[in-house]
Design a protein. Structure first.
Length: 727
C-alpha cells in the first residue's frame, strides 16, 4: 500500500487523529491495559510546531501484542483517568495502514500509538533463534528479520508459549494473511507477558541471539509528568509500560540457581571418596615399596624391607664374573672385590616412598633404585694374581711390613713378572654387582714391572719409623705422667697397600684413643670419705679413715686428637690431662663410752667379737660391755696361722664336713663339725669335740672352741656382725 490510499474519514485515519485514550488489549488469557497519549492530527501538530506522526505500519514494532493470540484490540475513551476501563464490544475498529505508511524519521520526534483490530487470532509459528531481544545500543543498529511466529496452543498459558530455544523475545504478532516485518532499524519484538502500546520514542535495538545471556537492566530514569499521568490513568497493577531503551530482565528462577549446590555436593562426595582411597593407598605402602620401584630391573613394588633384602642377596649370590682369555675361571663378587650391601639398598628403596608425596608420585612415574656396591681393588688384584699359573713368575710390588720386634717397619722387595689386568676384573665385578646379574671379562697375560718399587716402599717405611720414634708423654698433676712405649706407638701406624701405587701410612685415631682412655682411667680417682670416731661427749677420739679428694679427667678426646695430629706431622707430643677435683667428705661416728680403749671402737649396743691371738681368747662385746668371755680357744698353728684384721660374719652352718690339705701335703677330712660361723674366706668359729684342752695354736687356721661356746657364738651373732682378730 501507499500513503495516498488513506483518505479522510477512513477508520484508521480517524483513529490516528482521535484524542488521548486508553487502549485495552483483550485475549482469551486475560486483559492488558496500557494508557498512552492520543496522537494529534496533522493540522494540530503543525500548529504546535511539530511534525505530524505518520500512521503506524503493520509489523513496525510500535504496537505489539503478547505471545498469546490477540482476540481484539479496541480503543475507548476514558473519562476518569484513575478508573480501570473495560473494552466495549461495539467500539469502532480502525482499518490497518499499509506497511510503508510510516515516516521513520518522525518516530523519534513524537510519541505514536496505534490500535489494531484483529477479529480473529492469526496462527503463530514457533519462534526461532533469529528472533532478537531489545537491548541498549547505538542508533542505526542492524535490524534482524523476525521468524514467523508459531501458532499457540489453545490450552497453553503465556509462560508455556514464551519458552523456546530462541529465547523469550520472539515476535508474536501477526495478521491472518501476512507475517509482520520489523521496520528498518527496528528489531522485531518477541512475545511479552502483556500487550504494550508504545507511548514514547523508541531507542535503537541491539542484535541479540539465543546464545546471549540476559543482561542486567540499567537504572530507570524518572518519567515525564505527562507520561506518568497517562500511566496512572491505567489504574491497574497488571498494566505495564515497557521502556524499550532498557535491557529486559529475565528471572531464571530457583531451578537455575540450584546447580552450584548440586555441583558442590557432588564435588564433596567425589573428594571424600578420593580422599578415603588416597588415605588407604598411602597407609598400605607405609612399610612397603611403592609401585613402579625396581632394583636392577627387578620389580620390588609391594615388597617389605626384609623381602627386598632377601631378593637382593639372592641375586647377588647368582651374580658372577666369567673370566676367559689366557686364564679361565668364574669368580664370585667377593673374590673379584665387589660387595653388595643388600641392607643399604633396601633402605634406599624404602626411603623412596617415605613421604606421602612420593607415594602418590609413584603412581605416575617409575623409579629404579641403584644397588649399593663397594669395591676392593686390592682383593681383585690378589685374585688376579692367584690365577697366574705357578710356572710363571709373577710381578710383585714392594710392600711395607712391621718387623718381628713390633717396633720398626721394613719392606719386602719387588720383582717383575707376569701379570693380569686386575682393573678390568674389578670393573667387571662392579658391573655384575650393580646389575645383580652375571657378566664376563677377558684377561690376558702381560709382562710388566711391579707397580711399587723397592725405593717407593722404603720411603714409606722410613716415614713410619720416624713417627714411631717421636715421644708421646701425658702429664697429670705435678708428679705423675704417662709415656707411650715404642711398640705401643708402632701399633698406632696403619699401612694401606695399593696394587698400582705406593703404600700409604696413617695414624689410627681409634687405637690412640684406646691407649689414652686407659691412661685417663688410671689417672681418675674416686674420693675417699673420712670417718672420725666421736665419744658421747662429741670429742673426736680417733680417725678411723683418712679423707682423700678425688679427681676426674676432662680432656681425653682432645689429647687423643693432639697426639694423632703431632705424630702425623712427624712431631713429638707432650701434653697434660685436665682434671676436676672431687672433694671428699667426713663422717662422724659416735662410739660407746670407753670403746676408745678397746681393739674395736663399737657404737653403743653394737655387737662384735674380739679374737685375741696373744692370749688365745674369744670375747663377745655389746658396745664396750662384755657379754660373754673371755672364752678359751685354739688358733692356727705357725704354718697355718689365723688371719688378722676386721671382718664380718657372712655364712653359718649348724654342722658341716671340713676337709683340706695338711702342711705335709696330705689331705684331711673331718665330718660333722658342729656350729660353724664363717667370718673370712675359709676361716670360721666352730666346735672341736676332738680336743680336750684349749689355749694354744694348732689348727689349720680356724678358731677351735668348745662345743658349748661355739654353739653360743652361732646363736648370738648374725650376718654382718664385726669380728676383730688381733695380737
Amino acid at each position: 500500500m501507499s500513503n495516498d490510499e488513506f483518505a479522510p474519514g477512513d477508520p484508521m485515519t480517524e483513529a490516528i487523529d482521535a484524542p488521548q485514550e486508553t487502549a485495552v488489549l483483550s485475549s482469551p488469557y486475560g486483559m492488558s491495559i496500557a494508557s498512552v497519549p492520543r496522537p494529534a492530527s496533522s493540522a494540530s501538530a503543525q500548529e504546535a510546531g511539530v511534525a505530524a506522526p505518520p500512521p503506524a505500519r503493520r509489523g513496525s514494532g510500535l504496537s505489539m501484542s503478547a505471545a498469546t493470540p490477540v482476540e481484539a484490540v479496541e480503543a475507548v475513551e476514558t473519562a476518569d483517568p484513575g478508573a480501570v476501563p473495560m473494552a466495549p464490544q461495539d467500539a469502532p475498529t480502525p482499518s490497518p495502514q499499509p506497511a510503508d505508511a510510516v515516516d521513520t524519521d518522525a518516530v523519534d520526534e513524537a510519541p505514536v500509538a496505534s490500535a489494531v483490530d484483529a477479529p480473529e487470532p492469526a496462527p503463530l509459528d514457533e519462534p526461532t533463534a533469529s528472533a532478537v531481544a531489545p537491548a541498549q545500543g547505538t542508533e542505526g543498529a542492524e535490524p534482524l528479520e523476525a521468524a514467523p511466529p508459531a501458532a499457540p496452543s489453545p490450552t497453553a498459558g503465556p509462560q508455556d508459549e514464551a519458552t523456546d530455544s530462541a529465547g523469550p523475545h520472539s515476535t508474536g504478532m501477526a495478521d491472518q494473511d501476512e507475517t509482520p516485518t520489523p521496520a528498518e532499524g527496528m528489531p522485531a519484538q518477541g512475545p511479552m507477558r502483556t500487550s504494550i502500546l508504545r507511548s514514547e520514542p523508541l531507542a535503537p535495538m541491539a542484535r541479540a541471539t539465543a546464545a546471549d545471556a540476559p543482561l542486567e537492566p540499567e537504572p530507570v530514569e524518572p518519567e515525564e509528568p505527562a507520561l506518568a499521568a497517562s500511566h496512572k490513568s491505567a489504574g491497574s497493577a497488571d498494566a505495564k509500560s515497557t521502556d524499550w531503551s532498557r535491557e529486559p530482565v529475565y528471572d531464571a528462577g530457583p531451578r537455575r540457581r540450584r546447580w552450584p549446590l548440586w555441583v558442590a555436593a557432588a564435588s564433596f562426595l567425589l573428594l571424600g571418596g578420593v580422599g578415603a582411597a588416597g588415605y588407604a593407598y598411602a597407609s598400605h605402602y607405609d612399610d612397603l615399596a611403592v609401585p613402579g620401584t625396581t632394583v636392577a630391573g627387578t620389580d620390588v613394588a609391594g615388597k617389605s624391607r626384609e623381602e627386598i633384602v632377601k631378593i637382593v642377596q639372592d641375586k647377588a649370590g647368582e651374580a658372577t664374573v666369567s673370566i676367559s682369555g689366557d686364564v679361565t675361571a668364574t669368580a664370585t663378587l667377593a673374590e673379584a672385590g665387589a660387595t653388595v650391601d643388600a641392607e643399604a639398598t633396601a633402605d634406599a628403596v624404602m626411603a623412596h616412598g617415605d613421604g606421602i608425596v612420593d607415594r602418590f608420585r609413584a603412581l605416575v612415574s617409575d623409579k629404579s633404585i641403584p644397588v649399593v656396591v663397594t669395591t676392593d681393588e686390592q682383593a681383585a688384584a690378589d685374585y688376579a694374581t692367584g690365577l697366574i699359573p705357578a710356572d710363571r713368575a709373577k710381578a710383585v710390588n714392594a710392600s711395607v711390613v712391621l718387623g718381628e720386634d713390633g717396633s720398626t717397619f721394613s719392606i719386602t722387595p719387588s720383582s717383575a713378572g707376569t701379570s693380569l689386568d686386575s682393573a678390568s676384573l674389578s670393573q667387571a665385578a662392579t658391573k655384575a654387582a650393580q646389575s645383580l646379574s652375571p657378566t664376563s671379562v677377558e684377561l690376558t697375560f702381560s709382562t710388566s714391572d711391579p707397580a711399587v718399587s723397592d725405593a717407593q716402599a722404603q720411603t714409606v717405611a722410613d716415614k713410619a719409623n720416624t713417627w714411631v720414634s717421636q715421644d708421646v708423654v701425658i702429664t697429670v698433676g705435678d708428679d705423675e705422667s704417662y709415656t707411650a712405649d715404642t711398640q705401643e706407638k708402632a701399633s698406632w701406624i696403619t699401612i694401606s697397600e695399593s696394587p698400582d701405587s705406593a703404600p700409604t701410612i696413617a695414624v689410627d685415631s681409634g687405637k690412640v684413643g684406646e691407649w689414652v682412655t686407659l691412661m685417663a682411667q688410671d689417672a681418675h680417682k674416686d674420693p675417699v670419705n673420712g670417718v672420725r670416731n666421736v665419744n658421747p661427749k662429741g670429742q673426736v677420739v680417733e680417725t678411723s679413715v683418712e679423707a682423700e679428694n678425688g679427681r676426674t679427667i676432662d680432656n681425653a678426646d682432645a689429647v687423643t686428637a693432639s697426639i694423632v695430629e703431632s705424630l702425623g706431622a712427624g712431631k713429638a707430643y707432650s701434653g697434660s690431662f685436665e682434671t676436676t677435683t672431687v672433694e671428699a667428705t667426713w663422717k662422724d661416728r659416735t662410739i660407746a663410752e670407753g670403746a676408745e680403749k678397746l681393739p674395736y671402737q663399737a657404737a653403743p649396743d653394737e655387737k662384735w667379737i674380739d679374737v685375741n691371738l696373744t692370749n688365745y681368747t674369744v670375747t663377745a662385746y655389746q658396745g664396750a660391755t662384755v657379754v660373754r668371755g673371755p672364752m678359751s680357744m685354739v688358733d692356727g698353728a705357725a704354718e697355718t696361722p689365723t688371719v688378722e684384721g676386721t671382718y664380718k660374719v657372712y655364712l653359718q652352718y649348724p654342722s658341716q664336713t671340713m676337709e683340706g690339705d695338711n702342711v705335709d701335703g696330705t689331705r684331711y677330712k673331718v665330718e660333722d663339725v658342729p656350729w660353724v660361723t664363717y667370718f673370712h674366706e675359709g676361716y670360721a668359729f666352730h666346735g672341736a669335740p676332738w680336743r680336750s684342752s684349749f689355749g694354744y695354736s694348732a689348727s689349720h687356721g680356724c678358731v677351735n672352741m668348745t662345743v658349748a661356746d661355739a654353739q653360743w657364738i652361732y646363736s648370738w651373732v648374725s650376718t654382718g656382725t664385726t669380728v676383730v682378730s688381733h695380737r
